[in-house]
Design a binder for this molecule. Structure first.
Ligand code: F6P
Length: 532
């Protein structure tokens, strides 16, 4: 079935006119002054996540145009095709069914397969978590990309739910500086290695797995069956590596969408079977919202539409995520793969070049740390960058004073970005005593002026729990689907990683032999320098 690309619709042309008339010069402060109900009108409640969209550069009219765009791009039939398991990842001939991994039994395709592995995995998890019997105190997940970033993000986020007697470690990079400090201090008898790789061929993971196996044997470890487990679609390759305990998954689970599958084993080992199921249930609730909520109240679709509005009309090239919860410190890296590997594409479904921007750069740090680093640029730099704040109402610790300060900081930042400070306001303030006496007041005030009118979205969770985190991640997945669908690209392949892999395979033996025949002068020169 052929779907229209966003720029081929009437709604796109209408949005262009609307942008010139009302979008380019939209002023958030004026919008709030005009409409005292703006916060109420632009708040959206989805399962576990409330979104304040009111500090975005749009109004009801903009939203109507964007919703027209979504309809004309047939977002609902496309969403239904995703959820039904149509082979929408057509360049790899695969369905995209991560939603089936979190659906209750009987509610999605491949249910028996999914629940069979899930039940087996969670039974296994409880045997390992019985540390008195298993003796396992350390778990090392060896994987990269989607076989690393999900668990590496979720485990610290759900630290309050984690087994106190098991320490999780993550090794991903083929750089020996990654695995060396992890292995230092571990005992073979107390360590479980998870070799996580969808393909079980990825260079980095296989190399680190070999290092781990050699380390284990050098430590006198013999019971490989107990101390090594694999999570993969390539059960045969895992067996050839010598692993007998394997939890499988399927080619219709994309790497960056795989934390719900056996790739989530480190998560389940950390938080236990019930909490893992709660995470799946939270994601399923968001899936139901995505599948059934009317477009105007469908949060992933609204966020995807705002992403298109900013990327293609306002021309914003990046989005910053500001996480006011330290446990979410790895969320930016996770979102980078989710969004940039999914939507970093320059051809449409027909292979034609797309004449507009696709994936923005996604980046960020936990608040308040980011405030003392790059927020200067967000407030006074030359580029406007939409910021997404994530605030969590209740902490899982008891340091309420710290938490109140944290929330005040998050609120203050989105407020400051929007309100800014005029030069007159700056001049009316008392000048800092350290300012040069030769500096005249208007000049100093210019330095202390904030342009304001910088947009942000604030997502609010009641508490960071397995369920709310599951819902939050699913929200992001469906939002990325939405913008990718409108752009008319395949969000589910990743051919862009292949060229570097192939060239690396060519260069690897050359680093040993020194043969630079046929190489460009720069690569040849660098290779020679690295060998000498
Ligand atoms: O970076 C490319 C990629 O294929 C990702 O999409 C994937 O998550 C990662 O490599 C790891 O692949 P695997 O799980 O097969 O080792």
């Amino acid at each position: 079935m052929k779907f229209p690309r966003c720029d081929q619709t009437d709604a796109w042309a209408a949005l262009k006119g609307h942008f010139e008339a009302h979008g380019r010069d939209f002023d958030l402060r004026e919008a709030f002054a005009r409409d005292p109900d703006r916060f109420d009108a632009m708040g959206v409640q989805a399962p576990e996540v409330f979104a304040d969209l009111s500090k975005n550069k749009l109004d009801t009219a903009t939203m109507q145009f964007l919703l027209d765009l979504a309809r004309q791009c047939q977002i609902e039939p496309r969403r239904d095709a995703l959820l039904r398991g149509d082979p929408i990842n057509f360049t790899e001939g695969r369905a995209v069914l991560h939603t089936a991994l979190r659906a209750p039994r009987g509610k999605a395709p491949f249910s028996d397969d999914v629940h069979g592995v899930l039940d087996a995995m969670l039974t296994y998890v409880e045997t390992v978590r019985d540390t008195a019997a298993s003796g396992i105190r350390h778990i090392v997940n060896i994987g990269i990309g989607g076989s690393d970033l999900g668990p590496q993000m979720v485990v610290p986020a759900l630290d309050a739910f984690a087994h106190p007697g098991i320490k999780m470690h993550f090794v991903s990079n083929v750089d020996g500086h990654d695995i060396t400090p992890v292995l230092r201090g571990l005992k073979a008898s107390e360590t479980l290695f998870i070799i996580a790789s969808k393909t079980f061929t990825t260079q980095e993971t296989m190399a680190n797995a070999m290092v781990a196996k050699a380390w284990f044997q050098a430590q006198g470890g013999t019971d490989t069956a107990k101390h090594f487990v694999a999570t993969t679609t390539n059960v045969k390759a895992a067996a050839e590596f010598g692993i007998t305990t394997t939890f499988g998954f399927w080619d219709w689970v994309g790497g960056r969408y795989s934390l719900w599958s056996a790739i989530g084993l480190p998560i389940a080992l950390a938080i236990g079977a019930d909490n893992f199921r709660a995470m799946l249930a939270g994601a399923y609730a968001m899936d139901q919202h995505f599948a059934t909520a009317p477009l105007a109240k469908n949060l992933p679709i609204l966020l995807g539409l705002i992403d298109v509005w900013y990327r293609n009309f306002h021309g914003y090239g990046s989005r910053s995520v500001a996480l006011y919860h330290q446990g979410l410190k790895r969320l930016p890296a996770y979102l980078q793969q989710l969004e940039m590997e999914s939507n970093g594409k320059c051809v449409d479904l027909d292979g034609a070049s797309v004449p507009f921007g696709t994936s923005p750069v996604v980046w960020g740090e936990p608040g308040t740390n980011g405030q003392h680093a790059y927020f200067q640029m967000l407030h006074q730099g030359t580029d406007a960058i939409p910021v997404e704040f994530i605030l969590v109402k209740h902490p899982t610790h008891t340091l309420t004073d710290l938490h109140t300060k944290l929330l005040a900081n998050g609120l203050a930042q989105s407020q400051a970005l929007m309100l800014g400070k005029t030069t007159a306001q700056a001049q009316a303030e008392k000048a800092p005593p350290t300012a040069s006496k030769e500096l005249d007041a208007p000049t100093l005030a210019r330095h202390r002026t904030f342009p304001g009118n910088r947009p942000s979205t604030t997502l609010v969770l009641d508490k960071l729990t397995p369920s709310s985190l599951g819902a939050l991640i699913a929200l992001y997945e469906h939002r990325v689907f939405t913008s990718g669908a409108l752009w008319g690209i395949n969000s589910f392949d990743q051919w862009g990683v292949e060229l570097g892999k192939a060239l690396c395979n060519d260069l690897l033996p050359r680093l040993t032999s020194g043969d630079v025949t046929g190489l460009d002068a720069s690569t040849a020169g660098l290779l020679t320098r690295l060998r000498s």
